[in-house]
Design a protein around this ligand. Structure first.
Ligand SMILES: NC(=O)c1ccc[n+]([C@@H]2O[C@H](COP(=O)([O-])OP(=O)(O)OC[C@H]3O[C@@H](n4cnc5c(N)ncnc54)[C@H](O)[C@@H]3O)[C@@H](O)[C@H]2O)c1
Ligand SMILES: O=c1ccn([C@@H]2O[C@H](COP(=O)(O)OP(=O)(O)O[C@H]3OC[C@](O)(CO)[C@H]3O)[C@@H](O)[C@H]2O)c(=O)[nH]1
Length: 385
């Protein structure tokens, strides 16, 4: 049966240039587009490991609808040609792990601002639609975080709910290089918005709020560098797999709302297939019902991992570490991140579905199946050094 959009119109198959297709979000989006639609994907990335199950063998039902182009968008003249022959460009490419923001601020700013510039320019000049991935980090800290700790106003949603069209972007001082990423993302959002206003660029900006699930980042020493620091899901998974305490940065008091990657991908597909409803908008994509402190996340992941692995939790499941020790000089944090869902709900009728417990159960089942044996072997083998 033909796919129809939210207004009942038949959706024509399109060609999508997806930059950063080999990453966590890209791999899930490619999977969805291949299994549920007839769209073609020109998958651009420097890595393809996370999508290799979609590229081979030639007998896959979608063979011919996904092509991998190994290129670095920093310096490759093929990029404009790929954008020109596509109907839509989706830009996911970025350095987006907090451990890099204060330790590699130049790479972070170049990746999130400078490298995204040609993509915006080629889309604008060639009248091509752009879906650009920004971040919930553009909101920075909540207004409420500046109130006295005992102020009753801290309980008032007006002081912490993050709204696309009214919330301010509140970053720390320039010495707090943590904000290099948020600031670069904010500037590219402003540039895209200005291209829309002055030159008619047809754009959608996505602000993901902590999307998590299988294939996120890497497990240090297994499929990534031993000294690397991925995002919290992979840090805590690594600790659980190795039977080490989970490290709580600055007491684990920061709060986050986590959304299952598969729920979030449904929202992106709606944006792709409903341009009339998505263009010109900035969308929060998160799950306001899944809020926890990082400490609560650690406790829940410990319980869920015991259930899925059949192993008892270790005696001391968490330890406290300072942010300076864990991330180095210049780290700072977002205190609380609850997305307002009004705009995406009104434009696309989308709502997230999966509870935090359920999404952790399926994700940690995947982590255990994928990594437990490799970790056992790595621990048993004496290190090369
Ligand atoms: N996962 C989340 O919860 C989340 C939250 C906020 C924002 N985002 C944004 O969503 C986007 C995707 O995030 P992700 O979690 O999938 O990250 P990811 O690191 O898994 O994916 C990014 C991909 O971009 C590729 N890439 C980076 N620079 C490139 C270059 N110069 N040329 C070609 N490819 C390049 C990387 O190789 C990687 O495969 C990013 O823009 C990120 O800032 C994600
Ligand atoms: O071992 C650890 C690792 C992290 N923490 C703390 O957990 C909080 C969340 O950390 P993380 O998921 O790594 O990153 P952030 O949520 O701070 O930032 C991301 O949000 C979206 C995105 O733009 C892209 O994914 C990225 O910037 C945080 O408080 C850490 O300090 C911990 O305690 N222990």
């Amino acid at each position: 049966m033909a796919r129809v959009d939210l207004d009942g119109n038949v959706i024509k198959p399109m060609t999508i240039c997806m930059i950063g297709a080999g990453g966590f979000i890209g791999s899930h989006l490619c999977e969805k587009l291949m299994s549920e639609t007839l769209h073609t994907v020109l998958a651009v990335d420097v890595y393809s490991d996370k999508i290799k199950h979609l590229l081979e063998p030639d007998s896959l039902p979608w063979a011919g609808r996904i092509q991998f182009h190994r290129l670095n968008i920093k310096n490759d003249s093929r990029l404009e040609g790929l954008i020109k022959c596509s109907d839509l460009t989706i830009n996911l490419a970025a350095i987006c792990t907090p451990a890099d923001y204060n330790t590699r601020p130049l790479d972070t700013i170049y990746s999130n601002f400078i490298d995204a510039l040609p993509v915006v320019k080629y889309c604008s000049e060639n009248n091509k639609r752009l879906i650009h991935f920004s971040t919930c980090e553009v909101y920075g800290k909540t207004i409420g975080s500046f109130l006295p700790k005992d102020s009753p106003l801290r309980q008032d949603p007006a002081y912490y709910i993050l709204k696309e069209d009214t919330s301010p972007c509140i970053f720390g001082s320039v010495e707090k290089q943590r904000w290099s990423y948020a600031c670069a993302k904010q500037l590219i959002e402003r540039l895209i918005y200005a291209e829309g206003a002055e030159n008619g660029l047809e754009f959608t900006i996505v602000r993901p709020f902590n999307w998590i699930g299988p294939r996120m980042d890497f497990i240090p020493g297994i499929d990534g560098p031993s000294e690397g620091v991925p995002r919290v899901l992979a840090c805590f998974s690594n600790n659980l797999l190795r039977r080490e305490p989970l490290k709580l940065v600055d007491g684990g008091e920061s709060q986050r709302t986590f959304i299952y990657i598969k729920d979030a991908i449904e929202a992106v597909l709606l944006m792709i297939e409903n341009p009339a409803r998505a263009s010109g908008h900035i969308f929060n994509v998160g799950n306001p019902n899944n809020e926890v402190t990082v400490r609560q996340l650690a406790e829940m992941m410990t319980q869920v991992y015991s259930k899925v692995s059949g192993e008892d939790a270790i005696e001391t499941p968490t330890i406290d570490v300072s942010s300076k020790e864990f991330y180095g000089e210049g780290y700072d944090d977002s205190d609380k991140r609850i997305p307002d869902m009004t705009i995406i709900n009104k434009q696309l009728g989308w709502n997230p579905k999966t509870s935090l417990w359920d999404l952790l159960e399926s994700t940690l089942t995947y982590q255990h199946r994928t990594y437990a044996e490799a970790i056992k072997q790595a621990i048993a083998k004496p290190s090369a050094n």
